[in-house]
Design a protein around this ligand. Sequence first.
Ligand code: PEP
Ligand code: MN
Length: 293
Amino acid sequence: MRESWHERFAETPGVLKSSDRHQTIVPVLDLEIGGEDFITMAGPCSVETEFQLMATANHVRRCGARILRGGAFKPRSSPYAFQGHGLEGLKMLARARAESGLAIVTEVMSEDDVTMVAEYADILQIGTRNMENFSLLEAAARSGRPVLLKRGMMATVADLLRSAQMILDCGNPNVILCERGIRTFETATRNTFDVGAIVLLKEISHLPVVADPSHAAGHRDLVPSLARVAVAAGADGLLVEVHPNPDKAWSDGEQSLDFAGFDEMMASLDPYLALRGLAISEPAGVRPMEAVG
Ligand code: PEP
Ligand code: MN
């Protein structure tokens, strides 16, 4: 690593690569994020119904996803929009994990909810709007669960690394960085996918980096291309929104892939993964789900 990056990010030495720390591997059930396997986290934006969640879990698992995403607590622009099922949604996620063997990543929005969410989730997601909510970060860190830290939509790479450093300083080494697009003058896409940030983070930081092409694009037809770009840029995994019927989704339907779209996207990653000597790992020892969905 060039010395100048060390100087540039001198405020956050703990997240930078060093001679004795090149790559953090975050263990999640039987998975290793940041290791040899490319890890896809897929599922609906919001947990809506048992059927929606189970059908999606069943499908994405068969296509190579290893982690199920889905929000039980949703940060919405309008107070009148669906805010998530809360505890009921967490219970649905836990049932989906039991049925599918997939690990669960779900957002926690309030420090008051951290203990409850940590009981059900394998990874706590910190959303873009909360990247600098330091009391939430501290509570999430102290839960002991791995933390998926999404980049604030107005945050620089240095800001993101500062928040990651806070979590490490609270004694939790298991931080996964997530590039999900930032706000720029461009409005055609929902956000601007900062692929340069993925390359830079992989260059300077030992923390795993995943990409969320769904929130970056805002339009489902752009998601597979951005996913391939993320693989080429060196991301350790993806966070992707998938829904059985995106046009009827309660949130973020425009950017959600349907099942066929997800299959196609996953298949299209192969040559890009092969260039890095990676493959999408097959789930090992996971129970079949014939009874589900
Ligand atoms: C989400 O993952 O559904 C989400 C709300 O993401 P972000 O915080 O990046 O907007
Ligand atoms: Mn969403």
